[in-house]
Design a protein around this ligand. Structure first.
Ligand SMILES: [Zn+2]
Length: 362
């Protein structure tokens, strides 16, 4: 990927015009993204392949990419390559993305022509709908610095790769996301030297939708302040992956990201109080932490209740304890273990204190 487009395209069948054009776009995108390492390798097996005479022969290939700097595992994405004997040589006649386990597919650089700019360790890649990339990159890097400051010396990825579009349709396609969201982070599993997925998270890709008009998250239309706020939330997910276990409870992930996002702003407290007051007034149960299923459904109340846990911890024990408690809850401890280690309280006693705290907010 050292800038040699010719060798990147060399094995493609020139008769497959669409494929050649698509791979030219992929090359131009990847060159700008400048991942610390990127290579392709056989994925399905290491055995030799016998080419059929007339039909294309399919081979699974992994694109192994180092997203974070050295010291972290790379991640990988899968492709089905079709090879055909053409005259004296073998040509690639097809390349189709194919999922490898849970690793990401429908990668933005395979789908659309991107431009990229760098702001420190952050790379912002955007499509042709984004016209104020300098301003947005500045906001994003400020948000990243904010989150890194809160996280302190705890382990985190060095780099952030961010993808941005103003098009709802594009955001739905990128990373196979399906529904548009103002921000989303895609955590990446590390792979071993054979590109087999491991059970550790290595880094993330972050996607932002900076809309052209008004959306529920942007009621007054495009707003760089709002981008910065959403970025703090998403970067909290992205920068804390290295301590995250395989089954981190969603209330802890979202509650902490929201708590970090607001910083010391009064608006953050108002968000919690507003939602709990409204829900209590309607006779809804505000004494239970939402489970993963509830969190997946979204909703302000679920996020407010989750956020209130970290708000209470920070008020009573300090911001550092809120972060320590988060690390324990997402890295595999049960609630009981996490509260005993952090506050010397049983899970039940802690939950009781939290319920009483939520009652004071109404
Ligand atoms: Zn989130």
């Amino acid at each position: 990927m050292s800038g040699d487009e010719k060798s990147f395209l060399a094995d493609l069948d020139p008769a497959e015009h669409e494929l050649v054009v698509r791979e030219q776009v992929v090359f131009a995108n990847l060159r700008q993204l400048r991942f610390p390492m990127l290579r392709y390798r056989r994925w399905d097996s290491l055995g030799s392949v016998e080419l059929a005479r007339s039909n294309p022969t399919k081979v699974m290939v992994a694109m192994v990419v180092q997203v974070d700097s050295a010291g972290s595992l790379p991640t990988a994405s899968g492709y089905m390559y079709s090879f055909l004997q053409k005259g004296p040589g073998i040509r690639i006649v097809g390349i189709e993305p194919t999922p490898i386990s849970s690793l990401p597919h429908d990668l933005p650089w395979d789908l659309d022509s991107l431009s990229a700019i760098r702001a420190g360790s952050l790379t912002l890649a955007y499509d042709s709908t984004v016209s104020n990339s300098d301003e947005l990159a500045q906001r994003l890097s400020r948000a990243a610095a904010f989150v890194r400051g809160k996280w302190g010396q705890r382990p985190m990825p060095d780099t952030l790769f961010v993808f941005m579009s103003r098009s709802e349709e594009t955001i739905k396609r990128w990373f196979n996301a399906g529904t548009p969201a103002s921000g989303r982070s895609f955590i990446l599993a590390g792979v071993d030297p054979l590109a087999r997925p491991q059970s550790t998270w290595t880094s993330s890709f972050v996607e932002f939708w900076y809309p052209t008009g008004s959306t529920p998250d942007y009621p007054n239309g495009p707003d760089p302040n709002r981008v910065e706020l959403v970025a703090r939330h998403e970067f909290t997910h992205a920068l804390t992956v290295k301590v995250r276990g395989q089954r981190a409870p969603a209330w802890a992930l979202e509650g902490f990201a929201n708590w970090v996002m607001w910083g010391d702003e009064q608006t953050g407290r108002q968000f919690v109080t507003g939602w709990t007051r409204q829900a209590a007034g309607q006779g809804q149960d505000v004494g239970q932490l939402p489970d993963d299923k509830k969190m997946a459904g979204g909703g302000g109340l679920n996020y407010a209740l989750s956020q209130s846990v970290f708000q209470m911890v920070a008020d009573r024990w300090g911001a550092g304890q809120a972060t320590d408690f988060y690390v324990r809850t997402i890295s595999g401890s049960t609630l009981d273990e996490a509260t005993k280690t952090t506050f010397n309280l049983s899970g039940d006693d802690f939950s009781g204190q939290w319920r009483a705290y939520v009652r004071t907010l109404r």
